[in-house]
Design a protein around this ligand. Structure first.
Ligand SMILES: [Fe+2]
Length: 271
């Protein structure tokens, strides 16, 4: 199982406080069945400015600690980019997830749909696939099954964006229209496991369930920041997801490259 989103690196952002807490997180993830974790500290201009070389070094140091503790967990580099107007400047020295072309991208909680579309479009133009983190936590994003996205062509989206001037839109898209449009641009979606366990509240839990049933998610992650409570909510979240999509569905969301794969994730991210 692969965790696509984790703030496990100690001392880099607001995640694990020190190596001891990082190892506690690693042990809980391993016990839950995870074999691989993408270490994704925040990258946000002015708040979290750790450069890629610092993140790579932190991953290497934690790898050594995890190996020494005999925890069977593979760590991969990554970042969680804040999806504001500065994101593309940070891509001059990009840090995608592992060997993929995925750029994990957090939509600002109060982002406008035009900012989100514009930022994602620029990420695509730089040759990456935006992986939208926890859409269930973003008020402007709802669920749209993959079938909706297929109805729109990439060219059509480009033309629509160009017509809208990349910054203004004559009318506000409905939630499914926005997520469908993002998917047609090449965006993928990562759900937070904690959302299914209700750790962000009932509204987010309900939205996550709607997204899951609609087939919005390409993969899942813990977005873990601390070991506190993780051993409680993670098993509950996994049980909740499995109860809805079944064992095979959960396998495809947690091991999308190895299991009967999600075509979009494989072709976009692991080409
Ligand atoms: Fe995160």
């Amino acid at each position: 199982m692969i965790d696509y989103h984790a703030h496990i690196l100690p001392g880099v952002d607001d995640g694990a406080a020190d190596t001891a807490e990082a190892l506690a997180i690693a042990a809980i993830l391993s016990d839950a069945g995870f074999t691989d974790v993408h270490c994704t500290p925040h990258r946000m201009r002015g708040s979290y400015d750790a450069p890629p070389c610092r993140i790579r070094q932190a991953v290497e140091e934690l790898r050594e600690a995890v190996d020494a503790a005999r925890i069977p967990l593979r760590l991969h580099v990554g970042s969680e980019y804040y999806g504001d107007e500065y994101l593309t400047t940070l891509l001059d020295t990009p840090l995608p997830l592992g060997d993929s072309s995925l750029i994990l991208m957090e939509a600002p909680l109060q982002a406008s749909s035009s900012l989100l579309r514009s930022t994602a479009f620029q990420v695509v133009c730089r040759g990456f696939s935006p992986l939208i983190a926890h859409p269930e936590r973003c008020a402007i994003l709802g669920s749209s099954g993959r079938g909706d996205a297929g109805a729109r062509s990439f060219l059509g989206t480009v033309l629509k964006l160009a017509h809208a001037g990349l910054g203004s839109c004559r009318r506000k898209e409905t939630e499914p229209e926005l997520s469908g449009m993002l998917r047609s641009m090449g965006c993928l979606f990562q759900g937070n496991l904690g959302s299914f366990a209700g750790i962000y509240g009932e509204r987010v839990r309900r939205q996550a369930l709607r997204n899951l049933r609609a087939g919005l998610y390409d993969c899942l992650g813990t977005d873990v920041h601390t070991a506190r409570g993780l051993g409680d909510w993670l098993p509950r979240a996994l049980r909740e997801v499995e109860s809805i999509v079944g064992a095979q569905g959960m396998k495809e969301l947690l091991s999308p490259a190895a299991a009967a794969p999600s075509p979009s994730l494989c072709t976009a991210a692991f080409r």
